[in-house]
Design a protein around this ligand. Structure first.
Ligand SMILES: Nc1ncnc2c1ncn2[C@@H]1O[C@H](COP(=O)(O)OP(=O)(O)OP(=O)(O)O)[C@@H](O)[C@H]1O
Length: 300
């Protein structure tokens, strides 16, 4: 079943269209990467899903229920982590989660149990410190716990990793990956390597609609290869090989890049190496990355 379905959603601010006929759906228990450059309309889309921003047209279903602007009804299925979560700094994580639980109408016993489980998942069980002393990464982890307090069907995270260092990013990605057992995650980002690490499905928002969609594998296969690299033991070998197979670029004294070449063309290079008796240190196809695909689609 699809937990989230957007059909033909459009939105303009004044005369500037931001979303144009945007349609996509997110299947249960997946991590969906919603990618787009700065200003592409990711936050606007999320606010429309949360009923906080009015769409000009189209329909959104959360758990098969229609989202209505200004009504929080469908938000009972949703947990939301904004890009910069705000907390009461004088509280401890446990106190803060208790407050969030009470606001959502949970019983005290249930709050205690759920808070314990969530603090375990986000790695904050040891912390009885006040939130004001927390690092950005710790705040983001607490933000995930807060968003999951009432066991939502859908967890929406707006750029959860953008402001973090690599270690902090990894922690958040690991948590998001782990929670998909219990919920469905949609997260927006412009960091493509994060998407490659944990997402099952990807949608690339460009000029108001999805310019690309599919699983990471499907998307990688859409693009031709990035070519191959050849590494030699001696600069003379690289030089000689470049004369025999001239379309390469030098990456270093012993390293050559053959951009855009297919696997077949690499096999041809291998035959030349065997015939001439040159032993390469390494000959390797370059895996297409989302980064290069993104640049191809967006023309950046
Ligand atoms: N309330 C508003 N009034 C006018 N224009 C707005 C409003 N909110 C957003 N916009 C414009 O809509 C476009 C999309 O903004 P949005 O914040 O949704 O993009 P985004 O993809 O989330 O970008 P970022 O990665 O920078 O957060 C931008 O050009 C932005 O300036």
């Amino acid at each position: 079943m699809d937990v989230l379905e957007l059909s033909h959603v459009s939105k303009a601010f004044g005369r500037t269209p931001v979303l144009k006929d945007l349609s996509f759906s997110v299947p249960e228990h997946t991590v969906y990467g919603f990618i787009g450059q700065n200003g592409a309309g990711k936050t606007t889309t999320m606010k429309i899903i949360l009923g906080l921003c009015r769409a000009d047209g189209g329909e959104i279903l959360v758990n098969r229920e229609k989202v209505r602007y200004g009504s929080g009804r469908t938000n009972r299925y949703i947990g939301y982590l904004p890009d910069v979560p705000e907390f009461y700094g004088y509280m401890t994580p446990r106190e803060y989660l208790a407050l969030c639980g009470r606001i959502t109408g949970m019983e005290d016993g249930e709050i205690k149990k759920r808070s314990g489980e969530l603090l375990e998942i986000v790695g904050l069980t040891q912390s009885d410190k006040r939130i004001q002393g927390f690092s950005r990464g710790m705040k983001q982890r607490l933000g995930i716990a807060q968003a999951l307090i009432n066991s939502p069907r859908l967890l929406i995270c707006d750029e959860p990793t953008s402001a973090l260092d690599p270690a902090g990013r990894k922690e958040i990605l690991d948590i998001l990956s782990a929670v998909k057992e219990h919920t469905t995650v949609i997260f927006s980002t412009h960091i493509l390597s994060d998407v490659e690490r944990i997402c099952d499905e990807v949608g690339l928002l460009h000029q108001g609609s999805l310019a690309l969609r599919g699983s990471i594998e499907e998307i990688r296969q859409m693009r031709r290869s990035d070519g191959f690299e050849a590494d030699f033991y001696a600069p003379e070998d690289a030089e000689y090989f470049l004369q025999l197979y001239p379309q390469g670029e030098r990456l270093g004294k012993t390293q050559l890049l053959y951009p855009g070449k297919s696997r077949k063309e690499m096999e041809k290079a291998m035959r030349i190496l065997v015939e001439t008796g040159i032993t390469p240190q390494r000959l390797e196809m370059k895996e297409p990355t989302l980064e290069s695909l993104f640049m191809e689609v967006t023309g950046t």
